[in-house]
Ligand binder design. Structure first.
Ligand SMILES: NC(=O)c1ccc[n+]([C@@H]2O[C@H](COP(=O)([O-])OP(=O)(O)OC[C@H]3O[C@@H](n4cnc5c(N)ncnc54)[C@H](O)[C@@H]3O)[C@@H](O)[C@H]2O)c1
Ligand SMILES: O=C(O)[C@H](O)CO
Length: 324
């Protein structure tokens, strides 16, 4: 009998079809995993899960007695309770590296479109307001030669720094768990405390993983430290920011604008006040979603899945203890 595999939320079609040749793969999307009877029944027998944002919490794992591996098609794995998975001898894998440049491109795009107010001006043109020379109330602010503060100088942080330093002549400052000599050598980046980074940056870009330490790392106090002209970019996870405090900071003009790819609730609630603010540019968590990168990610995630199902060590294993 073929092993049962859950494809959760999304998996690129060619990869799904390839897996279906060897496994009994069922795609579940737009379901409540805690309630959907068909999903829960399949979960009971599933040996593997591949996809994005499967909430690997104790109560669902209790319903998955045969599970061997969860292969995340993402680099972030805050959806997985790693300690609980390890206790149960279930492997967890992610996708570091393959999406780095794609996400960094998007972060730069968000920085540029927020600073130069591109979505607002797009609407200005398309709705027929452009009938005379643009009034200066629509002007944006420069990106080049400004100071960029990166919080989380990991793979993506470095790729953003590279673009900003070489492409836009920006001064790079960063805050991370440890100093990164590589960034200092390549981009003359300066390591700062979080407080000093917030005080000195024209653009603040948050790109840490979501962990116990980074949950709500940017809130009221941090926004008050930023310059009133600062532009805040969040590409990490929605919960690294206290959203209510961000809304207040934007409304009170404690900061100038924000570019957001991520939200606490996703898909974002249409009533979320952030969506009503003119000085906010929003994206639907699409950092890694280009055709090329999604396909590469899905292919690599499928390799991880297959290795785990067949008792081998997957290349991107997170809980190494399992394969000792
Ligand atoms: N918006 C998107 O579509 C998208 C796409 C990919 C990744 N991400 C997010 O970006 C994160 C980073 O990805 P990566 O590949 O660069 O990971 P990475 O592990 O290479 O880098 C993370 C960096 O954050 C730093 N960090 C961790 N905790 C910190 C803390 N408390 N304070 C300061 N710095 C801290 C680490 O030292 C590391 O340098 C992912 O975990 C994910 O949440 C979002
Ligand atoms: O972490 C990632 O890879 C992206 O945010 C997609 O979930």
């Amino acid at each position: 009998m073929k092993k049962k595999i859950i494809a959760y939320v999304r998996l690129e079609k060619p990869v799904l079809e390839e897996l279906q040749k060897d496994y009994d793969v069922r795609l579940f999307k737009n379901i409540d995993p805690h309630k959907d009877p068909e999903f829960l029944s399949f979960l009971q027998e599933a040996e593997g899960i591949i996809g994005i944002r499967f909430p690997a919490v104790r109560e669902l794992l209790d319903k998955a007695p045969n599970l061997k591996i969860i292969s995340n098609v993402s680099v972030g794995y805050n959806n997985l309770d790693i300690e609980e998975l390890t206790k149960r001898n279930i492997m967890a894998t992610n996708m570091p590296g393959v999406l780095t440049d794609t996400v960094a491109d998007m972060a730069m795009g968000l920085m540029l479109s927020t600073a130069r107010r591109m979505p607002e001006l797009d609407q200005y043109v398309k709705t027929g307001y452009w009938t005379e020379s643009l009034p200066n109330e629509y002007f944006g602010t420069d990106v080049h030669h400004k100071t960029l503060g990166i919080i989380g100088m990991g793979r993506i942080g470095l790729a953003i720094a590279q673009r900003a330093h070489f492409g836009f002549n920006m001064d790079i400052m960063y805050h991370s768990r440890t100093p990164k000599p590589d960034a200092e050598e390549r981009f003359h980046a300066t390591y700062l405390s979080l407080e000093n980074l917030l005080k000195q940056s024209d653009f603040v870009c948050l790109i840490t993983p979501l962990t116990k330490e980074t949950k709500g790392i940017i809130g009221k106090k941090e926004f008050q430290l930023m310059k009133p002209s600062a532009i805040f970019i969040n590409v990490s996870r929605g919960s690294t920011v206290v959203e209510r405090d961000l809304i207040e900071a934007l409304k009170n003009r404690e900061i100038a604008a924000a570019g957001l790819d991520v939200f606490i609730e996703e898909p974002v609630n249409p009533n979320n006040e952030l969506l009503k603010l003119k000085n906010v540019v929003t994206l639907p968590h699409i950092g890694s979603f280009t055709h090329e990168t999604e396909l590469k990610m899905a292919e690599l995630a499928a390799e991880n899945l297959k290795a785990g199902l067949h008792g081998e060590r997957p290349a991107n294993l997170i809980n190494h203890e399992i394969c000792k």
